[in-house]
Ligand binder design. Structure first.
Ligand code: IFM
Length: 732
């Protein structure tokens, strides 16, 4: 521990010192998640809800004071340990702890300040009240800073504690700096996490500054971390805090959503945006696991949750982070090519669950909530992920207009995934094309033939890849170069022609008489059971309620399936098919997966069903705050959070990039006063504010938008429109 360093007389720091002395500050309305009291059942849930992260490192929101039921963890983006399906995120050294024990009636109050990314805590310990504030610096990722007002003299205790599950630990001291290193094991893992910590004693307050360094390929150097933490402690708490606050202010400036007239949703939405922003690094590569950096659930494996649910928010608000997520996939293209090859197919087959190596790490079995061992076949059969990796790349291109990406790595992802589908799809004797034996998003039914969602996504993938090659040509190393396109050559249609023909021939289960897509071949013949009537309160795990066997023979969906296609690729869907499919599939959907309600909310809003849309939105917004699935202790459901943004952005605000313009077609529920959403489109910041009969757009620079089929160039000025009936007209 070192002596106090001179702090600047910054009002901010004075406030913080005063606040830590006198307790946790009053939460700012609309910007804080607050919890009072001690609830043993929620101890671990709160560890996720109050987690703080900076895109690289995530730190559990567990109390600083110890309790036997507490679990503390530190996770680093993309640093895995273990082998095969057992591969999991490596735990890092824990620094957010102090040697005080919670009192038997702990009296706990915590406030997560979403605006500034600060976690405040007041806890009664056996020595008296311990008040603290901590943050994971968004300005200097990898830096954890905490200030605590101590209940009394600090008993001696370790600054860094080794994670329970890890065995390969080393530690040491360099001057007043303590360091600890954890190394990954298994599957040729060479990576690790190192932490170096400095304590600064101000008498009755203590500052702890910790620098984490993590590397997937080699053991980070403790000396480098120690030098970095000394530099950070020279910078001092107040400057670190000021930089952190500025970094959060910048992020919110580009991404905030203001819902006037619904305080509960306002908090739910900001809570989601906060954790989405905190979970993804914005340089290098970002492996975004199903629970981000907010917990070890699903072992930190990367699913379609990342590409389909998380990435759109980032593509539209902080493209650097979306690009880092795509870099994660691009850097694993070779294992995806190898996986296809092993199955005798062409192109790239991205794994259902991915970690460090890019090989599939989906477990083959798991215990369900009743303790029964059930086989897991998603790794072999849930192949729609292949198209979603390509979809994510296109989503990034559509929002950013990044031509260098679109004509290079973006095109390559489209081509390698299209090739996979081309080798996977089979023609029948009648000339129709099929994808046999898959699992769709609805994992209650497996395997199925011609899952409409998978087929529609594969069709989109084939068409979009062909269009990309039309525009940008083949990659330089393409055998035969542009001649392979063979446009206009009847006998030898070439690869692009084959893709387009396959896309045309691929069945999609659409029935023009009913305007309904059959979820998979034979779905309409299953028991016509409406889960909305069996279990009026959803979400419900229908497989547990009714038994997996019964559910597999019934028209009960775990999660949005056909409807996912309406959300992701509306231009591929039959005109006016959204309403009929919503009405058909909504009452059949159990929302047994947290990914589902946000999707329904988006589409119900498009369809102007505001009551049910808001119910679904609320479900998504409360999923983790109220631990609706009973699984939040493993981490927050990042896909749900992404779906919440999509529901507001795509569903209610009606934002959608199309042909180089941002389409805007809002749907404002009667109960909301107005909705404001901030995005970045093609390099410009755009603020869209929607009222019931007015629409205001403000952009920093020239921004092409489209409203009611009319193209506008807005920015740097503000454009105001007024509603006439269902149409928007410029104010004169
Ligand atoms: O990717 C999801 C899947 O759609 C449903 N089960 C959980 C996975 C991880 O969130």
């Amino acid at each position: 521990m070192v002596g106090p360093r001179p702090e600047r007389a910054d009002p901010l720091i004075r406030d913080l010192v005063a606040a830590t002395s006198s307790g946790v500050p009053e939460p700012e309305p609309g910007w804080a998640v607050e919890r009072h009291g001690f609830d043993l059942d929620r101890l671990r849930v709160n560890g996720a809800v109050f987690a703080v992260a900076d895109g690289r490192i995530g730190i559990s929101g567990a109390s600083l004071a110890s309790h036997p039921e507490l679990r503390r963890w530190v996770l680093a983006n993309g640093i895995y340990t273990g082998s095969g399906a057992e591969t999991r995120l490596l735990g890092g050294p824990v620094a957010a702890q102090l040697p005080f024990a919670m009192a038997s009636e702990p009296g706990l109050r915590r406030v997560l300040d979403l605006r500034s990314g600060l976690l405040w805590e007041e806890v009664l310990t056996t020595d008296g009240p311990l008040t603290s504030v901590r943050f994971a610096s968004l300005a200097q990722p990898g830096t954890l800073v905490l200030r605590a007002r101590l209940p009394g003299p600090c008993p001696s205790g370790p600054r860094l504690v080794g994670p329970d599950d890890e065995t390969d630990l080393r530690g040491g001291e360099v001057g007043d700096t303590v360091w600890m290193a954890v190394a990954a094991t298994g599957d040729g893992a060479a990576g690790g996490i190192v932490a170096a910590a400095v304590d600064i004693d101000h008498g009755d307050t203590l500052d702890r500054i910790v620098v984490y360094r993590a590397d997937p390929d080699s053991r980070p150097d403790p000396a480098e971390a120690a030098a970095a933490v000394r530099a950070a402690s020279d910078t001092g708490f107040d400057q670190l805090l000021a930089g952190h606050r500025r970094a959060w202010a910048r992020r919110w400036h580009d991404a905030d959503i203001v819902i006037e007239g619904d305080d509960e949703l306002q908090i739910g939405v900001r809570f989601a945006l906060f954790h989405l922003m905190a979970s993804v690094a914005d340089d290098g590569e970002a492996a975004v696991g199903a629970r981000g950096l907010s917990g070890p659930g699903y072992r930190g494996h990367v699913f379609w949750d990342a590409d389909t649910f998380v990435l759109p928010f980032l593509a539209a608000t902080h493209p650097e982070a979306a690009r880092a997520m795509i870099a994660y996939r691009l850097n694993r293209l070779q294992p995806a090519l190898d996986a296809a090859r092993r199955l005798g197919r062409a192109g790239a087959r991205f794994p259902w669950e991915s970690a460090g190596s890019g090989r599939d790490v989906t477990p083959l079995s798991a215990r369900n909530r009743t303790g029964q061992l059930v086989p897991i076949r998603t790794g072999q059969l849930e192949e729609h992920i292949v198209a979603e990796v390509a979809w994510a790349a296109s989503c990034y291109t559509d929002w950013t207009g990044d031509e260098a990406f679109a004509g290079g790595p973006g095109r390559d992802l489209l081509v390698s995934t299209a090739r996979y589908w081309a080798s996977r799809i089979r023609y029948d004797e009648g000339g129709l094309a099929h994808i046999y034996g898959v699992i769709g998003p609805d994992e209650y039914h497996e395997p199925v033939d011609d899952n409409a969602f998978t087929n529609l996504m594969a069709r989109w993938n084939l068409r979009r890849a062909a269009a990309a090659v039309d525009v940008y040509g083949w990659a330089d190393d393409h055998p035969g170069g542009r001649s392979e396109q063979g446009e206009g050559d009847e006998d030898s249609p070439g690869e692009l022609g084959r893709w387009r023909a396959l896309a045309e021939a691929l069945v999609d289960g659409y029935d023009p008489d009913t305007a309904i897509y059959e979820q998979f071949a034979g779905f309409h013949q299953l028991e016509p059971l409406l889960i909305s009537e069996v279990a009026p309160r959803r979400p419900i795990a229908a497989d547990l309620l009714l038994g997996a066997e019964r559910v597999s023979r019934a028209q009960v969906l775990k999660q949005a399936d056909v409807l996912m296609a309406h959300l992701l690729i509306p231009d591929e869907m039959e005109p006016d098919s959204l309403g009929p499919n919503l009405r058909h599939y909504e009452p059949r959907t159990a929302h047994g997966s947290s990914l589902s309600p946000g999707v329904h909310a988006a589409l119900l809003a498009r369809d102007r069903h505001y009551g049910p849309a808001l119910d679904s939105l609320r479900l998504a917004a409360r999923m983790d705050l109220d631990d609706l699935t009973g699984t939040t202790s493993g981490g927050l459901h990042l896909a749900t959070m992404g779906s919440l943004w999509q529901a507001v952005a795509f569903g209610f605000a009606g934002l959608r990039p199309r042909q180089g313009r941002l389409g805007i077609d809002p749907r404002l529920p009667p109960s909301w006063g107005s909705l404001e959403i901030r995005v970045r489109f093609r390099g410009q910041r755009l603020v869209v504010t929607v009222g019931h009969d007015w629409l205001q757009l403000t952009a920093d620079g020239p921004t092409p938008v489209e409203i009611d089929d009319v193209a506008y160039e807005i920015g740097p000025h503000t454009l105001e429109l007024t509603r006439r009936g269902r149409h928007w007209r410029i104010d004169r």
